[in-house]
Ligand binder design. Structure first.
Ligand code: NAD
Length: 302
C-alpha cells in the first residue's frame, strides 16, 4: 500500500504521519512546501524506511498513479489572514486541491482521496449540535475555499468515478499545534497559543468576552478518523463531522491553563459556537473520539 500525505510537515499532517507509521505497514510519501510547516515536525520519522519526504508544492505533483490513497491536508488554514492575503489563500486552499482532483481525472486513476475539510463552513450554525446537513454559511474566505473543494469533489464525482471522503474538523489541539516560525502563528489554534503564552510567563489574551464556545478535538483522534476513512470498504463520497461532540468556552479553557488572562476585541469572521454532531462518523466510520481536552491540559501542566 502506497499513500501520499500533502502538508505532511504541518500540525495535523505530521501527527497523521506518526499515526500511520504506528498503525499500518504502508509506504508513505509526504510532500510539503514548508511555507508554514517545519521539517522539525517530521524529524522523528526522517530515518524511517517507510517514509519519504519531498519538499514540493502540491501543484508540482506530476502523477498520483503510484498511490492507493491520498490524504490532502496542505493548506493555509487561518481565518484572519485569509481576508488579507487573498490570492495566496486561494492558491493554497483551492488551486492545490483542484490540481490533485484534475490529475486523478487525467490519469483515470482514483485513489481513495481523504480531504481535510473544516467546520468553518457552518459559520455560526443554526442547529446545535451541528450535523452534516447544516446549511453552509461561510464567514471567511478560508471557510469558502475549504467548501469549494468539497463542492468540486461532489461535482466532479457526478462525471468521473472519484472515491473521496471529506472530514470536517472542528477545533484541533495537540502536539505541534503551535509553530513559532509560522508567519501566521498569531492565528493558530487557541489551545496552542494559550499553552505557549503560559510557558513564556505571559498572560492569555481572550478575544471578545470569552463566551464563544469550541468543540476541541485531539489531533490523534483526527488521525484515526483519516485512517478509518481511508480503509472503509465502500466508496463513501460524503462528508463527516470530526469533533469531540462537546464544547468548552474560551474563558473556561483559559481558566484551565492559567489564572492570568485579559480580554482583547472580538474578531470578525469567527463563529460564536462550534459543536459537532458526530453520529454519522460514529455509525459509518465506527470512529469514536478518545481524548478529553481537560486531561490533555492537565498532562501538559504536569
Ligand atoms: N488546525 C485547524 O484548526 C484546522 C481546523 C479545520 C481544518 N483544518 C484543515 O486541516 C489541514 C491541516 O491543517 P494544519 O492545522 O495541520 O495546518 P498547518 O499550517 O500546520 O499545515 C499545513 C501544511 O501545508 C503546507 N502547505 C501549504 N501550502 C502548500 C502547498 N502549496 N504545497 C505543499 N504544502 C503546502 C504548509 O507548509 C504546512 O506544513 C488543512 O487542510 C486545514 O484546512 C485545520
Amino acid at each position: 500500500m502506497k499513500v501520499l500525505i500533502t502538508g505532511v510537515a504541518g500540525f495535523i499532517g505530521s501527527n497523521l504521519l506518526d499515526y500511520l507509521i504506528e498503525h499500518t505497514d504502508w509506504q508513505i510519501t509526504g510532500i510539503d512546501n514548508l511555507s508554514t510547516g517545519s521539517e522539525v515536525n517530521i524529524a522523528g520519522q526522517k530515518n524511517n524506511k517507510r517514509f519519504t519526504f519531498i519538499k514540493q508544492n502540491c501543484t508540482d505533483v506530476k502523477s498520483l498513479k503510484e498511490y492507493d490513497k491520498v490524504f490532502h491536508l496542505a493548506a493555509l488554514p487561518r481565518i484572519q489572514p485569509s481576508f488579507e492575503f487573498i490570492n495566496e489563500h486561494i492558491t493554497a486552499n483551492l488551486v492545490n486541491g483542484i490540481h490533485l482532483i484534475e490529475l486523478m481525472v487525467k490519469e483515470n486513476h482514483y485513489p481513495r482521496f481523504i480531504y481535510s475539510g473544516s467546520s468553518a463552513i457552518y459559520g455560526t450554525p443554526q442547529t446545535i449540535p451541528t450535523a452534516e446537513d447544516e446549511p453552509v454559511s461561510c464567514l471567511s474566505p478560508y471557510a469558502f475555499q475549504k467548501y469549494e473543494i468539497e463542492k468540486y469533489l461532489e461535482l466532479i464525482a457526478t462525471r468521473y468515478p472519484l472515491d473521496y471522503v471529506t472530514l470536517r474538523y472542528f477545533n484541533p489541539y495537540g502536539p505541534r499545534s503551535f509553530n513559532p516560525a509560522n508567519k501566521f502563528n498569531a492565528y493558530s489554534s487557541v489551545v496552542g497559543i494559550f499553552l505557549d503564552r503560559k510557558k513564556n510567563g505571559q498572560e492569555l489574551l481572550i478575544t471578545g468576552d470569552g463566551q464563544q464556545k469550541r468543540d476541541f478535538i485531539h489531533v490523534s483522534d483526527l488521525a484515526k478518523a483519516n485512517y478509518l476513512a481511508s480503509v472503509h470498504k465502500e466508496k463513501l463520497n460524503t462528508a463527516f463531522n470530526i469533533g469531540n461532540g462537546s464544547t468548552l468556552s474560551i474563558l473556561d479553557l483559559a481558566k484551565l491553563i492559567s489564572d492570568k488572562y485579559s480580554f482583547i476585541p472580538k474578531r470578525e469572521g469567527e463563529a460564536d459556537i462550534t459543536f459537532a454532531n458526530i453520529s454519522k462518523a460514529r455509525t459509518i466510520l465506527k470512529w469514536e473520539p478518545g481524548y478529553k481536552i481537560e486531561e490533555y491540559i492537565k498532562s501538559i501542566a504536569e
